[in-house]
Write a protein that binds this ligand. Structure first.
Ligand SMILES: [Zn+2]
Ligand SMILES: [Zn+2]
Length: 209
């Protein structure tokens, strides 16, 4: 399997403006302080389960289950259909809220879902994509581009679908530029073609500031 090109992250939203390091505290000039800082995020490890904990400093983070209290909710990235999702497991009677509702013991959450970790802490689920673009790997040479149906040669430059691994030409203007003419992968039909490093979603107020 190729290395995943998407990574789950939580974007942190603090409901209590007086919390230490509050991201929404207005800075001088009446502008909102987080504008320059970018979103406050937690990376979800891609390899195996981890636990969501809130540290002494009030910052949530993911740690290995062995290092977490027994009631810390568990998260693990999985691929369900064409979508990457997170399995979220509530433990020891501490039920996490998802999108304002108590979550089932085992919940699947994905892009744009909101996980409420404590009274004043909401985590927006998002993924960060880093596209795989470059010469095809040995495995990709000889495969057929799902857009133009010609064979991928070692001299090609390709974009690799983050979901199904299909290589598509990305050779620039005047050459085979298949990945640029489709918005979704022509092979798995559903996975967006994402040519830039980007968040698949961000909470509205962070995007439009
Ligand atoms: Zn092509
Ligand atoms: Zn695909």
């Amino acid at each position: 399997m190729m290395a995943a090109s998407h990574k789950f992250r939580f974007v942190i939203d603090r409901l209590c403006a007086d919390a230490p390091d509050a991201v929404s505290r207005p800075a001088r000039g009446g502008r909102v302080g987080r504008e320059r800082a970018g979103p406050e995020v937690v990376d979800v490890p891609a390899d195996g389960p981890s636990c969501l904990v809130v540290g002494q400093d009030g910052k949530p983070r993911c740690v290995r289950p062995a290092d977490a209290p027994a009631d810390a909710p568990l998260v693990e990235p999985v691929t369900a259909g064409s979508q990457p999702e997170l399995v979220l497991v509530s433990r020891a009677g501490r039920r996490v809220r998802v999108n304002g509702q108590p979550a089932p013991l085992v919940a699947l959450v994905g892009d744009r879902d909101q996980v409420q970790l404590s009274e004043d802490l909401i985590l927006h689920v998002t993924t960060y994509h880093e596209p795989r673009i470059g010469p095809p790997s040995d495995k990709e040479v000889g495969r057929t581009c799902p857009v133009c149906r010609t064979v991928i040669t070692p001299q090609s430059t390709v974009y690799v679908c983050w979901c199904c691994g299909a290589p598509m030409h990305l050779e620039g203007e005047g050459r085979l530029d298949c990945a640029r003419v489709v918005s979704e992968c022509a092979n798995c039909r559903g996975a967006k073609v994402l040519l830039k490093s980007q968040y698949t979603s961000l909470p509205e107020d962070l995007v439009h500031e």
